[in-house]
Design a protein around this ligand. Structure first.
Ligand code: PMP
Length: 671
């Protein structure tokens, strides 16, 4: 293949913060002409193309680009990745360099360095942005066309289409390299987001800057946009929560410890992100705004509402009496007794502090008990190696395809084939697996998005007994929602081991593994032990939570609250002529609308409900604090928002109403 390096400059006229910035004046020329002429100094580039939304091929932008030696190409406005693919193919590119038009100080030497690394090192993607060490505004990304085409197939959410290179950078599938600056220059801002940025850059650029690369500019004392100017711009728009989130992303990989609390999965740039106080279903953000939580109630951890008084009282007493000592806390024995009493098939319990840990304990016990290694899984069971191994594939390019969104990077390839997913309600495929005699356990959620077909759970029980496989029900989420205990009690099917988490401590960390004695005793033959599994608050909170649940018969309330929310959805969306796909347990309803641009509409729904004082998402976790009057207020706000959705007929219309980017979606649960 002959090499052809095409530099594609991504430009558009519409920018929320600074429209038409690319054709604004910079010195005695324009921003876009500056970008083009600096890129054209690169010796590695064969051709320069300015790729714009097709509707922007008009007026001054068209005239300006056509004055230069660059070509102009029109493509999709929103699917920028597709615009790149089309432009690259139209100009016969083998290698693509991506530059954005709001970076007029792009450095041709850096560009040549990135391209040389890509080609000489036979990489598929090379950039200077992961991690960044050059001034913001000198971003150069170079990649091969085949890699871009493959990245296209891997894209999981709309963010990937808009931002072109996300899956090239993040999927772990490509051979990549990064170019770094010797000194960290990443705090410098040389990009134009606001009109004031352009004013500041124009007025401080040294004479003859067109001949200067970034090193020359720094030596001349050029700084770019000063922090105060940027803070003036962003500070006026950003909430305390968003400012904290920006900082978090610099300090904490991924920004937060739980994917389901990542603000970008809800409302990028505008989600309140952090709370100062929570009580009942009310949550206060860092700016003092109050919201009613019709989202996940902390992903289901607080089914009695935030700050349940009786639970908090028991915990406060335990704090006063000391939460740790060299001796054990009797609360764990009382909790074991209580859980076994609620689940008469079980004889013993172990405790941990997270759902993932409880799952890992159960797997270890089952493997020890049976002496076998394979586990058949159905559902979500946490982040540990044993589970993510299900996403390894003999062909490493296919890693991740069974449980989309859960990347198994860092999981030893030696675990390939040890965890094998099966589809819910597909008894034949499960039986075929167990017949091999290689399985230690069947580990599954009892029911999640839809219920078991008649006889399915019973048959799972039968074949597990027949093939001497440990049946493990992961009730971390389903437990204590519809029944006082595991959901399996409702179906009358008993496992050998069950795990509880989430609701068990009403916000305090406690998870449990309960099981039949013969199986549980196998824990003794292995080593399962951890310091903070002995702290006192978890079991004390769980005992108080169970008492309060029993007093309120909380599972009945959760079921009727969740059922009511499903009814509200059915009613409100059908009034607006929209088909709602509603699933999940009554206490944990899920929502999707039957439009291909649901991810955009979902973000709009979240945005508009937030404006009206409600935290929402595409699922709902019922709590006993969702009173009738709160449900009525929610219904009124939802009707108000959804009433306008009927008129939206295209994704573009919905996008034009969004204040920020569409939210990204999380992993897809197997069910
Ligand atoms: N199992 C199930 C069924 C879950 O829903 C979850 C959490 N969503 C987990 C395990 C993992 O729990 P944790 O996040 O506490 O590790």
């Amino acid at each position: 293949m002959t090499e052809k390096v095409v530099c594609i400059i991504q430009a558009r006229l519409g920018s929320r913060r600074f429209p038409e910035k690319v054709i604004s004046n910079l010195g005695n020329t324009t921003v876009i002409e500056t970008v083009i002429s600096r890129v054209m100094r690169a010796s590695s580039v064969d051709h320069v193309v300015v790729a714009v939304p097709v509707d922007d091929i008009r007026g001054l932008l068209q005239q300006t680009v056509l004055k230069t030696k660059a070509s102009l190409f029109g493509g999709s406005e929103l699917d920028v990745q597709h615009r790149f693919i089309e432009a690259a193919q139209a100009f016969g590119a083998s290698h693509i360099v991506r530059i954005t038009a709001d970076c007029p100080l792009v450095d041709w030497k850096l560009l040549d360095q990135v391209v040389a690394t890509l080609i000489d090192g036979e990489f598929e993607y090379v950039s200077n942005i992961s991690p960044p060490s050059f001034p913001d505004g000198l971003d150069v990304e170079a990649f091969t066309l085949p890699a871009l085409l493959e990245a296209r197939d891997l894209a999981l959410d709309p963010r990937d289409f808009e931002h072109v290179t996300v899956s090239l950078r993040e999927s772990g599938r490509f051979k990549t390299a990064n170019i770094s600056s010797e000194t960290d220059l990443s705090p410098l801002r040389w990009t134009i987001d606001y009109e004031s940025d352009l004013d500041e850059i124009s007025s401080t650029l040294p004479e003859g800057f067109m001949e200067m690369n970034h090193g020359d500019l720094i030596r001349e004392g050029f700084q770019g946009v000063t922090v105060s100017a940027r803070e003036r711009n962003e500070g006026s728009l950003m909430s305390q929560g968003q400012k904290t989130w920006s900082r978090a992303k610099e300090l904490i990989p991924g920004g937060s410890m739980l994917l389901s609390k990542n603000p970008e999965m809800f409302l990028p740039e505008f989600w309140p992100s952090y709370y100062s106080k929570a009580k009942g279903i009310d949550v206060w953000d860092l700016d003092g705004n109050q919201f009613a939580d019709f989202a996940t109630m902390s992903v289901g951890a607080c089914s009695l509402g935030y700050g349940s008084e009786s639970v908090d009282l028991a915990v406060k007493k335990a704090v006063d009496d000391g939460v740790m000592s060299s001796l054990n806390s009797p609360a764990e024995v009382q909790l074991a007794e209580k859980l076994i009493q609620l689940h008469p098939w079980a004889d013993m319990a172990r405790f941990a502090r997270s759902g993932g840990e409880a799952n890992a304990i159960a797997v270890r016990i089952a493997r020890t008990f049976t002496g076998k290694e394979k586990v058949a899984i159905c559902g979500y069971h946490g982040w540990h190696d044993w589970y993510l191994a299900a996403n390894l594939d003999a062909n490493s390019n296919l890693d991740g395809h069974l449980l989309p969104g859960l990347a198994p990077a860092g999981v030893p390839r030696a675990l390939l084939g040890t965890s094998v997913p099966f589809e819910y309600n597909d008894i034949e495929s499960l039986e075929k697996m167990l017949r091999t005699g290689e399985f230690a356990a069947v580990q599954m959620e009892v029911s999640r998005n839809f219920g078991p077909q008649a006889g399915f759970l019973e048959r799972v029980r039968e074949i597990c007994s027949e093939y001497k496989v440990v049946l493990i029900f992961d009730e971390c989420t389903s437990g204590f929602r519809e029944t006082f205990g595991g959901l399996h009690l409702k179906f009358g099917v008993s496992p050998d081991v069950a795990m509880f988490g989430k609701a068990l401590g009403n916000g305090y960390a406690i998870t449990a593994v309960v099981g039949r004695e013969a199986v549980m005793q196998a824990a003794q033959e292995s080593f399962i032990s951890s310091t903070f599994w002995t702290e006192r608050l978890g079991p004390v909170a769980a005992l108080a939570t169970l008492e309060e649940m029993e007093r309120q018969r909380s599972w009945e309330t959760l079921t009727s609250v969740g059922y009511k929310v499903k009814e509200i959805w059915r009613q409100v969306f059908s009034e607006a002529g929209l088909d709602a796909r509603i699933g999940g347990l009554d206490a944990l309803p899920t929502l999707a609308l039957d439009v291909p641009w649901w991810p955009v509409l979902r973000t709009l729904l979240i945005q508009e409900m937030l404006e009206r004082g409600f935290l929402t998402t595409s699922g709902f976790y019922a709590s006993t604090a969702h009173t009738l009057s709160k449900l009525e207020a929610y219904e009124g706000a939802l009707r108000d928002v959804v009433g306008n959705f009927g008129q939206l007929s295209t994704e573009e219309e919905a996008l034009s109403l969004l204040r920020g980017r569409p939210a990204r979606l999380g992993f897809k649960r197997l069910n």
